[in-house]
Each structure stands twice: as C-alpha cells, then as structure tokens.
Ligand binder design. Structure first.
Ligand code: NAD
Ligand code: DAU
Length: 356
C-alpha cells in the first residue's frame, strides 16, 4: 500500500531516525513531518532528505488545530505516526506546564483532527493513528517484579509520565468510543544517533569528550531496559503494517542494566575508541555521584512477548554493538552536538544538577 504519513516530532531523536528508516524502506511513500522545532527539534537531523520529492517539512505546533486539519486534508494523510512530545523527565520536574500542553492537549488536538478527517473520507479501514508512548506510564518495578506487560496497571510517577499516560488514555478512548483506528506502543529507553545531549547516554559520551564530570544520580543502581533506536523503528514498522487497531504493544530490548554499569561501559568504549584525544583518561575518573532525581523510578523492564509472537518483531542490535555504534557517532559528530550546548542548555544544566 502506498501510504502517506504525517510524522509529528519528526525532527527529534526517535522521530528523525524513524523518518530516515521509513524513507529508506518505503521510498514510494510520502512523508510529511510536522515539528515545532522546540529546543529538542533539529531540522539538520533531516537535512539529507530535504531534496526528496516525497518529503515535506512543516514547522508548526500539534496544538494548532487548523494547521493540522489543513495538512491532513491537503496531503491526503492516511497514517499519523505521533512522536511529538516534551520527553525529558528532569525538565518535567522543573517545568511541567509544557508537558501537559504538548503531550495531553496536543495529542487530543491530533486525535480530533484525525477523527474528522477519517469520518469525512468515509472511515477507510487502512487509516492508522500510531501513538508512540513510553514504558514509564507503568511506574516503577522492584528488583524481583515481573517486567511490564500490556496489562500492567498504569502508575505514572513524574509529570512527564503522567502526561504521557493521559495521552495514552485519550488515544485508547478514541478507539473505544469512535472506533478510530488507533494503536499505542509503549517502549523502553532508546539510544542512538541524534539523541539530544540532555539524556544519559549522549550526555555521558559528550562529557567524556569534553573532560567534564559524568553525573550519576543517587546510588547509580536504577535500572533501565535499553533499546537501539533502529530497532524501535523496525518495531513501529511492524505495528503500522500488521498491528491491530485498538491494541497496545510493548517494545523493549531485553537489556536491563544499572546506570552505573552502563556509564562504565561507555567510559571503557571511549577509552578504546578515542585513546589520543580524551582530556581525562581513564574516563571512569570523571564519574561523579550527584543528588538524586526527585521521585526517581527504580527499575523499568519490558516484556515484549506480544509483539514478538503476534507481529514477529525482535530487536537485532545487541547492547554492546549499539553502544559502540552510538559512541562512534558522537565521536564523529562534534559539529552536530556542539551547537546544542547553547546558553539555554547551560542554564537548564545549572538548574538541574547539584554537584556537592
Ligand atoms: P525528543 O524530545 O528528542 O523529540 C521531540 C520532538 O517533538 C522534537 O523534534 C520537538 O521539536 C517536537 N515537538 C515538541 N513539542 C511539539 C509540539 N507542540 N508540536 C510539534 N512538535 C513538537 O523526543 P524523543 O526522545 O525522540 O521521543 C519521541 C517520542 O517517543 C515521545 O513521544 C516520547 O514520549 C516517546 N518515547 C521516547 C523514548 C526515549 O527513550 N527517548 C522511549 C519511549 C517513548
Ligand atoms: O523509559 C522510556 C523513557 O526513557 C522515555 O519515555 C523518556 O522520554 C526518555 O527520556 C527516557 O527516560 P529516562 O528518565 O529513563 O532517561 P534519562 O536518559 O533521562 O535517564 C536514564 C537513567 O539515567 C535514569 O535512571 C536517570 C539516570 N540519569 C540520567 C541523567 C540525565 C543519571 O544518573 N544522570 C543523568 O545525568
């Protein structure tokens, strides 16, 4: 089928990886990116695609109903891949308002516009609204708890995860009430190229390259389940093509690691990959324990059995391969990340971290 996609948040980390993935695998499909270019959005992430006939970038806000309606109609969109969000937990603790606006009101605005568009076009069966969400909506696990499944009750703990949970509930309700063909995915922590420097893995890579302290929250024993971003994209491909409307699919890498061990792995990789130009060697000497994140979830883990058995998806990149690819990418893309360490970013950094 020749789909026409509206990708919201397509200039961000996962969204831009997804757009590259989609244009490579389905060059006949049209892809329209709608992105507000907040601090986390970067048009340069899509630079290689700008010349393509089948590609269009629109700068705009998902809360702008008339813009969304006009794009759905004029581009004859049949599939929304919805990535746009405020995505950083620490920023949601400092300033939650933008999270409620974009994640809840923005998702509502897209749903309403898409419902109208779907109804006007006589409810085509192939239309899809893919809502890209997070495992954080399920809350925090103890060390021996089973991994999150699609039936785990929601228990979001941060303003970020609460706003994502709110958006998930709206998406679910639009299927239940109107039969709008929505699908929700809840994914674990992603890493890879084009991730904004504020997140743990890029922050660690970049700070090693600059010889700056590597802040580790609390005792460093919080656990995350890491997935290479390319594998997330292939999972979303499976969900768009074979997922069942009204269903939820958990996506995860089966790679649970304590933060401190992950940071040590990156240090060792950087020591190996950049032996001559690290300001501090071994990089582990930069590790600095800092004041914990308020309400810090202890452990996330995803049970991805459903997507494996029902849609035939499994991740293909191991954690050690993915970390090596990612460390090399940051090592070779100074020109991408250096401008992102702007005065605004420094201001956020000052506010967020307490180095005792
Ligand atoms: P990101 O912060 O890197 O990118 C978000 C993008 O959305 C940016 O390009 C930004 O400009 C855009 N945006 C923000 N507000 C907007 C608005 N009002 N209108 C239009 N565009 C707007 O985020 P990411 O890490 O790529 O995450 C993408 C999605 O995946 C989010 O919905 C997030 O909740 C979800 N997710 C992320 C992870 C992860 O580990 N990063 C894991 C699971 C799920
Ligand atoms: O689980 C999926 C979620 O993963 C996504 O929904 C979010 O959008 C994404 O940001 C990510 O959330 P986390 O809070 O888990 O990611 P972050 O990279 O911020 O932190 C990963 C872990 O590392 C977490 O336990 C906090 C810790 N950490 C993070 C930073 C930035 C540190 O110890 N030091 C740091 O400086």
């Amino acid at each position: 089928m020749n789909r026409c996609l509206l990708v919201t948040g397509g200039a961000g980390f996962i969204g831009s990886n997804f757009v590259h993935y989609w244009c490579q695998h389905y060059p006949e499909n049209r892809v329209v990116v709608l992105d507000a270019l907040t601090y986390a959005g970067n048009r340069a992430n899509l630079a290689k695609l700008e010349e393509r006939e089948n590609f269009r970038f629109v700068r705009g806000d998902i809360c702008d109903r008339s813009l969304v309606e006009q794009l759905l109609q004029s581009e004859n969109i049949d599939t929304i891949a919805h990535f746009a969000a405020e995505s950083h937990v620490d920023r949601s603790i400092l300033e939650p308002g933008a999270f409620v606006k974009t994640n809840v009101v923005g998702t509502y605005t897209l749903l309403e516009a898409f419902r109208q568009h779907w109804q006007i076009n006589s409810k085509p069966a192939h239309y899809r609204f893919l809502h890209v969400s997070t495992d954080e909506v399920y809350g925090s696990l103890g060390p021996d708890d089973p991994a999150f499944s699609e039936t785990t009750p929601y228990a979001p703990n941060s303003p970020y995860s609460a706003s994502k949970a709110g958006s998930d509930h709206l998406v679910r309700a639009y299927y239940h009430t109107y039969k709008l063909p929505t699908i929700i995915t809840n994914c674990s922590n992603n890493y890879g190229p084009y991730q904004f420097p504020e997140k743990l893995i890029p922050l660690t890579c970049i700070n090693i390259l600059m010889g700056k302290p590597l802040p580790v929250y609390g005792d460093g024993k919080n656990v995350r389940d890491w997935l290479y971003v390319g594998d997330h994209c292939s999972a979303l491909d499976a969900v768009i093509h074979r997922g069942i409307p009204g269903e939820t699919y958990n996506i995860g890498g089966n790679n649970e690691v304590e933060n401190i061990n992950l940071v040590r792995m990156i240090c060792q990789l950087m020591d190996e990959l950049a032996p001559s130009n690290l300001p501090v060697r071994p990089a582990e000497n930069l590790i600095t324990f800092v004041k914990d994140r308020p309400g810090h979830d202890r452990r996330y883990a995803i049970n991805a059995t459903k997507i494996k058995t029902q849609l035939g998806w499994t991740p293909s990149v191991t954690l050690s391969e993915g970390l090596r690819l990612t460390a090399k990418w940051y090592l070779n893309h100074h020109r991408w990340w250096q401008p992102l360490l702007s005065p605004d970013y420094q201001d956020y950094y000052q506010k967020n971290y307490i180095f005792s």
